[in-house]
Design a binder for this molecule. Structure first.
Ligand SMILES: Cc1ncc(C[n+]2csc(CCOP(=O)(O)OP(=O)(O)O)c2C)c(N)n1
Ligand SMILES: [Mg+2]
Length: 213
């Protein structure tokens, strides 16, 4: 449903989408992604509460990469285990190693099953790391973390880990990996090209998809 400029602003939208799915009797599941910085925004707590009260099929996925912009999560959060918040809202939760693709896949499957079979929401805290700066204005590690920390975390790169796991199991050879890598790069580059070449939307588009048309 798009990206959102306001940190945490989309969590109540996810609760609403979940309610719409339930109301219409659909079998869709709404997956809502947000950073650790969103956890201390009021909308996070309101959305989790409403989703639990209304039993909506929503998966709240917190990508906890230890920093909100340049602020260490532990400096601003009284509760640093995000998954613990779920018990305040009688919601299922899992703490997941986000550097392990298969672990994330397993947790996502369990959350989808919970949503589809029982209409229950889930909070997934996915522990991960940001290898690049937060934005164009943030150099790779800024002053809030060390170069060594970034380099150390890069050793846990989930894509590299999965590739070596698949290679060890004989499921992927070097050539197949390189082809896949080139395909994904080309797809990303094509998307950037499409965005850069597309005309800016006109003012008449401002309220599109905001209100029922
Ligand atoms: C309500 C609000 N406050 C401040 C900002 C400025 N801001 C943009 S991104 C960001 C931090 C986001 O951190 P996090 O959610 O952890 O995402 P990450 O980039 O680490 O994935 C902030 C404070 C904003 N967009 N919205
Ligand atoms: Mg973050």
């Amino acid at each position: 449903m798009g990206g959102h400029g306001i940190v945490g602003g989309h969590l109540p939208l996810a609760a609403g989408i979940g309610f719409a799915i339930r109301y219409r009797g659909g079998d869709q599941v709404c997956a809502c992604f947000f950073g650790d910085a969103a956890v201390n925004i009021g909308a996070f707590h309101e959305a989790l509460n409403m989703s639990s009260v209304y039993r909506t099929p929503v998966i709240y996925v917190c990508e906890n990469n230890k920093y909100g912009m340049g602020t260490a999560f532990e400096r601003v959060a009284a509760v640093t285990d995000v998954a613990e918040h779920a018990c305040s809202y009688d919601m299922a939760a899992e703490l997941v190693n986000g550097m392990d693709v298969l672990e994330v896949y397993g947790a996502a499957q369990r959350a989808v099953a919970r949503a589809r079979r029982h209409g229950h929401p889930t909070l997934l805290e996915v522990r991960t790391y940001r290898f690049m700066g937060h934005s164009m204005s943030d150099p790779t590690h800024g002053v809030y973390r060390t170069k060594e920390e970034v380099e150390e975390e890069k050793r846990r790169d989930p894509i590299v880990r999965l590739a070596s796991q698949l290679q060890a199991e004989g499921a992927l050879d070097r050539a197949a990996y390189d082809t896949l890598d080139a395909e994904v790069l080309a797809e990303a580059e094509a998307a950037v090209h499409f965005a850069e070449e597309s005309p800016d939307p006109g003012p008449e588009q401002l309220a599109a998809h905001v209100l029922a048309e």
